[in-house]
Design a protein around this ligand. Structure first.
Ligand code: HEM
Length: 385
């Protein structure tokens, strides 16, 4: 028989602070937020919950979320459909286009021989938008609106104001619908246009409905835009303060080593903090009793710093920490966008490190707070090589 959980406030705190509840005299792998939610912070407990969708369901929203908000066979069917677009062999071919996108964004951000830029807003967001529009075949004219949307979305998320978050989400649906609408009837779009491929996808033996197309695109772009921008902030913070690692990457490393390094940088400072679940029946986890219908957060960031899984969780050890790393989640909903993210990040870092040395900027930067991780803004100096 389990018991009640301790209470920890999340609002206003960097998500990494939550890891301290695991390191205290009394280890607390499951905590209450005081706002009705329960947060699972312990590594073994997060892995157990993420791997048990029959009890920890992803049906947390009344909105259509394909495939994120599905369970069981329905989830598996949609998952198989989207994985065809995100397979390594498919996304690897887009590397040269992402390099071109990176070169342009970096050239535009290098104003002089030695310039200071913001790693998240100038580099991360603009590259994330350029790479995503390149991948999906969206018009260049949308980029300004998408960059503004990433900023609005971050501000709305920080505010915790549900009406504001809903308005920003509705704005994004309008952007996606404006892209999808003309393509429903136009069959002249180039073959490489992923959006058009999705619209004409026949793997279910029927055309996808408009709201299904919009939902899939929303989950792809939501994952891509904000996470990519934040990942670039976290990575550039690490490289600007760890010159040996920066030089090592500039020299060039095999892809497998590159990915292990990126995974470990992101584990130490996960920008993609948590995902929601709801219990389908009473369950005891981490010694805490949860009723049916309990809203739960799987906290990847805290679990990624759990001494029970990593021994010395604060140490940078790409090889030894790889197996337990939860940056991309685990279980049936594990991120299908990892290969695409890695191709995009490799293109960006190769181009940036060939063009400039990255050093800490003049100010300390601003940490992001719950529910987002990493940096809200981070000045860095770019010194041309
Ligand atoms: C850039 C860094 C990214 C990080 C750190 C990240 C992280 C994650 C995590 C932790 C999950 C698990 C969610 C859960 O269990 O509920 C997830 C799921 C997902 N991610 Fe990513 N992601 C990233 C990029 C991307 C990209 C580029 C795409 C697609 C273009 C993408 C598409 C998705 C989708 C569709 C799911 C839901 C999968 C499902 O429900 O089966 N992600 N991601």
């Amino acid at each position: 028989m389990g018991q009640g959980a301790d209470t920890v406030r999340l609002a206003g705190h960097p998500p990494r602070d939550l890891a301290t509840v695991l390191q205290g005299a009394k280890r607390c792998p499951v905590v209450h937020t005081g706002e009705g939610d329960v947060v699972i912070t312990g590594h073994p407990e997060v892995v157990a919950a993420a791997g048990d969708p029959a009890v920890f369901s992803s049906r947390v929203s009344s909105h259509l979320q394909l495939p994120n908000g599905l369970d069981g066979e329905e989830h598996a069917r949609w998952r198989a459909l989207i994985e065809r677009y995100l397979e390594r062999g498919v996304v690897d071919k887009r590397g040269p286009e992402f390099r071109e996108a990176a070169r342009t964004v970096i050239a535009e951000s290098l104003p002089g021989p030695r310039g200071e830029v913001d790693a998240v807003t100038d580099l991360g967001t603009r590259y994330a938008v350029r790479a995503m529009t390149t991948w999906l075949g969206w018009p260049r004219e949308l980029e300004g609106r998408l960059v503004a949307w990433v900023g609005d979305n971050a501000a709305a998320t920080r505010s915790g104001d549900r009406a504001r978050t809903a308005a920003v989400a509705a704005d994004f649906d309008r952007i996606i619908t404006a892209v999808v609408e003309p393509r429903l009837t136009d069959d002249t779009t180039a073959e490489g246009d992923v959006t058009r491929q999705l619209i004409t996808d026949t793997n279910f033996g029927r055309p996808l409905h408009r709201e299904e197309i919009v939902s899939v695109l929303r989950n792809w772009t939501g994952g891509d835009l904000s996470s990519m921008a934040l990942c670039i902030g976290v990575i550039l913070h690490r490289l600007s303060t760890d010159t040996a690692l920066q030089e090592h990457l500039r020299f060039g490393v095999p892809q497998a080593e590159f990915e292990a390094i990126i995974d470990e940088i992101l584990r130490l400072d996960s920008p993609f903090v948590s995902n929601r679940r709801v219990t389908t029946r009473p369950v005891t986890i981490g010694g805490v009793d949860l009723p049916e219908g309990q809203r739960v957060r799987l906290h990847w960031t805290a679990a990624n710093l759990d001494p029970a899984a990593f021994g010395e969780p604060g140490e940078f050890r790409p090889d030894t920490h790889a197996a337990a790393n939860l940056v991309w989640g685990t279980g049936p909903h594990v991120c299908p966008g990892r290969a695409l993210s890695m191709v995009e990040m490799r293109a960006f870092l190769d181009e940036l490190l060939a063009a400039a040395v990255v050093r800490p900027g003049s100010g300390p930067g601003t940490r992001a707070t719950h529910p987002v991780g990493g940096w809200e803004s981070l000045p860095v100096h770019l010194e041309r090589c």
